[in-house]
Ligand binder design. Structure first.
Ligand SMILES: Nc1ncnc2c1ncn2[C@@H]1O[C@H](COP(=O)(O)OP(=O)(O)OP(=O)(O)O)[C@@H](O)[C@H]1O
Ligand SMILES: [Mg+2]
Length: 272
């Protein structure tokens, strides 16, 4: 499958997956089957597909949670910034790749917002004088400066999501994976989160967004992957989605192939 990226073949991929097949322990069917994928620096990629198609499993593979935390059978290789995930710890890989998971509650680890955003930086032993400005700029990046003095347990769902995103923004990983970042958010917070992703991309991060509701992200993405039953069944440009033999809505993805013109409202996000 050829990559639609504009990057030349001389640029080493930030992610390189070869013949990845993964089966969770106790399950007969592989969650991922013969996945091959290259992602180049600076790409903004949407990963979509029906529930159960393997999107979150792929994200766990990229960040090393599979195989280090989830028991199962992994075949093939996954390299993130040239590091093979099997032979690097989750902690080592976290310097290269961040995963904002589907459920923000599962990622909050401290009692107040400042500690939360500082947590990863302290873990990576950033010098203490560098931490405060890093926290401030991460909170600013998510439009969350007003949350600075809050206890994490008093935050709304959208505020939790912003704080979790800020805690990863602070780490400045070159590759950031968002697993359904807007699934539980109101329209205002959804727009703020999309703007944050857009800014991170402009600043040079490689962004992967796993989403069912792809419409708001289409104007930002240069590439979309469609997963189905553990395979990547489409890898192409968002504006060529209408060439898919099966409509995306048949596959549980919220998009009408005849409506690429609906992208116009999302393009307005560029002006936010
Ligand atoms: N921890 C686990 N143990 C066993 N099987 C799992 C586990 N997590 C996921 N699976 C199975 O792996 C397959 C892929 O699941 P995955 O969560 O990756 O799909 P998804 O595309 O992210 O779905 P959704 O859109 O609902 O989040 C499914 O059949 C699911 O039941
Ligand atoms: Mg998922």
């Amino acid at each position: 499958m050829s990559s639609p990226s504009n990057h030349t073949t001389y640029t080493p991929p930030v992610i390189q997956i070869s013949n990845l097949t993964y089966t969770y322990d106790g399950i007969d069917t592989p969650a991922l089957k013969e996945v091959n994928l290259k992602i180049h620096p600076g790409e903004f990629v949407i990963i979509t597909g029906p529930s159960g198609s393997g999107k979150s499993t792929l994200a766990r593979c990229l960040t090393g949670f599979i195989p280090h935390e989830y028991p199962g059978n992994l075949q093939g290789t996954i390299r993130v910034l040239e590091q093979e995930t099997k032979s690097h710890s989750i902690r080592d890989l976290a310097r290269s790749i961040s995963l904002i998971q589907q459920d923000p509650d599962s990622q909050l680890v401290t009692l107040n917002v400042m500690n939360e955003v500082a947590f990863g930086l302290e873990n990576f032993q950033y010098p203490s004088e560098a931490i405060k400005p890093q926290i401030e700029s991460a909170l600013k990046a998510v439009n969350g400066e007003n949350l600075r003095n809050r206890s994490t347990h008093t935050l709304s769902g959208g505020e939790k999501q912003k704080v979790v995103i800020a805690s990863f923004v602070a780490l400045q990983s070159p590759v950031i994976v968002f697993d359904e970042p807007t699934a539980r958010l109101d329209p205002q917070t959804t727009n703020e989160v999309i703007k944050t992703l857009q800014d991170l991309h402009k600043q040079g991060s490689t962004i992967l967004v796993i989403e069912h509701r792809i419409q708001p992200f289409l104007a930002l993405a240069s590439r979309i992957l469609l997963m189905n039953e553990g395979h990547i069944s489409y890898d192409g440009r968002p504006d060529q989605l209408s060439t898919l033999p099966k409509t995306l809505s048949d596959l549980g993805v919220a998009f009408q192939p005849s409506s690429y013109s609906e992208l116009v409202p999302s393009r307005a996000l560029r002006e936010l």
